[in-house]
Design a protein around this ligand. Structure first.
Ligand code: HEM
Length: 81
């Protein structure tokens, strides 16, 4: 079980710019990836997912379907939906 806070989708949606913070969701988890955006190997494309779910994009870019990518994402978890 997790002691992280629960966020609404509405709250997540408020975070879709570097200024307001960049949050995404993945399988019910909420991630603050603001600091990762500049390090993303796929560049600014990552901002297409800002404020919402990354699943539709990762379905298109299968390069993310690797253990090391999920491990990286887990480090940015801030809560649950
Ligand atoms: C590549 C992470 C979101 C597009 C990568 C790689 C990582 C990564 C680690 C390198 C994988 C490897 O080569 O082993 C993430 C994380 C994301 C995210 C943590 C969200 C939190 C997105 C989104 C898109 C995207 C939303 C597109 C809309 C790409 C592309 C590459 C890539 C095109 C390949 C870059 C290249 O090798 O030239 N991403 N990504 N990513 N990502 Fe993402």
């Amino acid at each position: 079980s997790s002691s992280l806070p629960i966020f609404s989708q509405e709250e997540v949606t408020k975070h879709r710019s570097l200024e307001d913070g960049v949050w995404v969701t993945y399988k019910g988890g909420v991630y603050d990836i603001t600091e990762f955006v500049a390090m993303h190997p796929g560049g600014d494309k990552i901002l297409l997912a800002a404020g919402g779910a990354i699943e539709p994009f990762w379905a298109l870019y299968a390069v993310h379907n690797q253990e090391h990518v999920l491990e990286m994402l887990s480090g940015y978890k801030v809560g649950e939906l």
